[in-house]
Design a protein around this ligand. Structure first.
Ligand SMILES: [Zn+2]
Length: 676
């Protein structure tokens, strides 16, 4: 189950990348007042609140060349990255037993001269494995070995909770093996999509040529890659359908799996990938595996090897010599996101260590940068939001007592995890070399897959995190029924124990805590009960009422144009929009309750309610290149920042009151949507 995030920033590490280099991190301010320079005070808050809250910052902060988008969250991420770099440089030079691995990983990654000198040699063993394939019957064993090393091809494999039995960890096989960001990229017939596919084929050919093929071979092989990936795309489920957990749950017994893909030796695959005995498996989408099975049967051995070689080279490209790095960036960075320069090496390497050894690095970072009072401050907000949500569930008028009672049970069972894990991950099984970046990346992939597969048949570990502590993001996991708020996002300018409550509540209590908690009750999350099981716990009538309210949100956001003539996909973004709306409402209610006992004066010319909405709005100050907007509209379940702000406030009478907006103002919707 994919967790539902606050934002997608970290989901596209190779593509969107992290913030641009600067000589020093911007200072974090702890000033409790709102920074007027971030705002555009000439704009009308009731006309375009996003512009009013963020206009000053946007005008003063053009998107850096190495970025697809730039926002206050990325500024914070950049600050965290500078702190992580300092830790890693120290670890690389003077390691302690606790920092040996992260220091070696970073040193190997930064050794560009060494990487250049070795050329393609580090990839030799992997390419030989593919070359040596002389019989399709041996493909499953080869795929297992490649998947272990992190080479994504044909399908994805791992472990996770059984959607309908959340206390049981099982094997999961999912669609995958496509080099473009979504299956729609292969199937759409419009001019832009056709052009993008042509550019993809050119990119694949260039990579084959860099790997030593003649231009003719490279071009022919690139066409083969597109042909195979297009066939996979045809079997794959679209992104909106994948939001429906019933459509991505197909539990099979081991014997049924063989029937699904005749001729594919799953026993050989499981053995090569390192899986324990597999009794049952969720294949998420039967159609995809049926198609993939037929595709393997219908494709020549040579073509299959071409396809696998492409993924071996492409997945390693970021850690190969410069020519590969540049070509990889030219397509996945420049072409797809609009960034014009690649991120500096050290940022790519900080990101790589964070991916591979996130809790070793995070433990060192937390010790230096997450004081106990920050944790106490967020605990207080979590308690206030929980109380507001309880009251909300007890008083909303559209839910029957029967469903209401179960909703309250689910809320009561929701775990709240703050800052960092109670128990740190043990990476001792991962072997890290100071001179082999590609080998380290493969080690990290194998470690992670083994860690996942090791869960099969064991009790669920409710303490584990899917994000590292310095991450500027947060998530709700419907099967764990928990919210996870990494220390990385609980920082200025989104949160500080020294800020005024109203600003903290707007940006963090509403924008993040309330948002994540509401995910438990969005179109997807509501289908799971408090124990994390996919089961119908709503009465039919209440489910219908929920859907009608959700439809209001679908229609609202589908009406927004993000770039060119591209509308937001109201169905793809429904869960996030519901979470934004619910979170900001809950945060507001929680703040007002606190202010009732302890009134707050105007600060910097703003009432507490105004500061609340400005705090929320400013947590989304950002701008995105047109290429990045197109990519996100196709793939990102979050609405663009401007609409996350304006969409939410225009549904809230509390906002109209705070800024004295007239009923016909653009930020006041005649038919306001409300779910929670
Ligand atoms: Zn979210």
């Amino acid at each position: 189950m994919t967790p539902m995030l606050r934002s997608l920033l970290v989901m596209l590490p190779l593509i969107a990348g992290a913030p641009q280099a600067a000589d020093a991190p911007p200072a974090a301010t702890n000033d409790p007042a709102i920074d007027h320079s971030v705002m555009d005070l000439k704009a009308d808050p009731c006309g375009n609140f996003f512009r009013y809250a963020c206009g000053g910052w946007i005008d003063a902060n053009p998107i850096p060349a190495d970025q697809s988008s730039w926002g206050l969250d990325q500024e914070l991420m950049q600050r965290n990255q500078f702190q992580l770099r300092a830790i890693l440089e120290k670890a690389a030079q003077n390691p302690t037993p606790d920092t040996q691995k992260i220091g070696d990983f970073y040193a190997a990654c930064m050794d560009e001269a060494g990487i250049e000198k070795k050329g393609l040699a580090p990839l030799g063993a992997e390419l030989e494995k593919v070359d040596a394939l002389d019989d399709k019957a041996k493909l499953p064993a080869l795929l297992g070995a490649l998947h272990r090393d992190g080479v994504a091809s044909l399908f994805g494999f791992g472990a996770g909770q059984d959607a309908k039995d959340a206390e049981s960890e099982i094997a999961i096989a999912d669609q995958g093996g496509m080099g473009l960001p979504d299956r729609d990229y292969y199937l759409k017939a419009d001019g832009d999509s056709v052009k993008l596919r042509a550019d993809y084929v050119t990119h694949v050919a260039r990579m084959f040529a860099l790997a030593g093929e003649s231009p003719q071979d490279a071009a022919a092989h690139a066409a083969t890659v597109l042909k195979i990936e297009t066939a996979l795309a045809k079997g794959a489920l679209d992104r909106v359908s994948r939001r429906d957990p019933q459509l991505t749950y197909h539990l099979l017994k081991r014997a049924q799996l063989d029937v699904l893909t005749p001729g594919f030796d799953w026993t050989a695959y499981f053995s090569a990938v390192g899986a324990p005995p597999v009794g049952t498996i969720d294949v998420t989408e039967e159609k995809f595996f049926r198609m993939a099975g037929k595709l393997i049967a219908a494709t020549s051995l040579g073509e299959l090897k071409t396809y696998l070689k492409w993924h071996v080279v492409s997945d390693a490209a970021a850690w190969l010599p410069k020519a590969f790095v540049d070509e990889n960036f030219a397509f996945y960075g420049k072409r797809l996101t609009g960034a014009t320069e690649i991120r500096p090496r050290w940022k790519r390497c900080v990101g790589a260590v964070d991916d591979a050894l996130g809790e070793d690095l995070g433990r060192a970072w937390v010790a230096d940068h997450y004081p106990p009072e920050a944790k106490a401050g967020t605990e207080r907000m979590v308690a206030a939001i929980t109380e507001a949500f309880e009251n909300d569930l007890k008083t909303i008028d559209w839910m029957s007592p029967e469903t209401r009672e179960k909703a309250l049970v689910k809320l009561g069972q929701m775990r709240k995890k703050l800052g960092y894990p109670d128990r740190w991950r043990d990476y001792s099984a991962m072997k890290i070399s100071r001179t082999d970046m590609l080998g380290n990346a493969a080690q990290a992939s194998a470690f992670e897959l083994q860690r996942e597969l090791g869960k099969i048949g064991k009790p669920v570990d409710h303490g584990e995190w899917e994000m590292s502590p310095p991450t500027v993001n947060a998530y709700y996991d419907p099967q764990m029924n928990d919210i996870n708020l990494p220390a990385g996002i609980l920082q200025p300018p989104f949160f500080s124990p020294k800020y005024d409550d109203a600003v903290n509540f707007g940006a963090t209590a509403g924008g993040t805590v309330g948002h994540e908690m509401t995910h438990g009750f969005d179109d997807q999350g509501r289908q799971y009960d408090g124990k994390g099981n996919l089961t119908e716990w709503w009465t039919k009538a209440d489910a219908a009422k929920f859907k009608a309210r959700a439809q209001c949100v679908v229609d609202q956001y589908s009406g927004y144009v993000a770039v060119d003539n591209l509308h937001i996909n109201g169905r793809l973004t429904l869960g996030e929009n519901v979470a934004d709306l619910g979170g900001v409402r809950l945060g507001y209610v929680a703040l007002m309750k606190i202010l009732k006992d302890k009134p707050s004066p105007d600060i910097g010319g703003f009432t507490p309610a105004q500061r609340y909405f400005i705090g929320y709005g400013q947590s989304w100050c950002s701008q995105t290149r047109p290429e990045g907007k197109r990519l996100r509209i196709a793939t990102d379940p979050h609405s663009p920042a401007e609409f996350r702000v304006n969409g939410v406030v225009s549904d809230m009478p509390e906002f109209a009151k705070a800024f004295s907006c007239k009923p016909d103002a653009p930020m006041v919707r005649a038919q306001a949507c409300r779910v929670w």
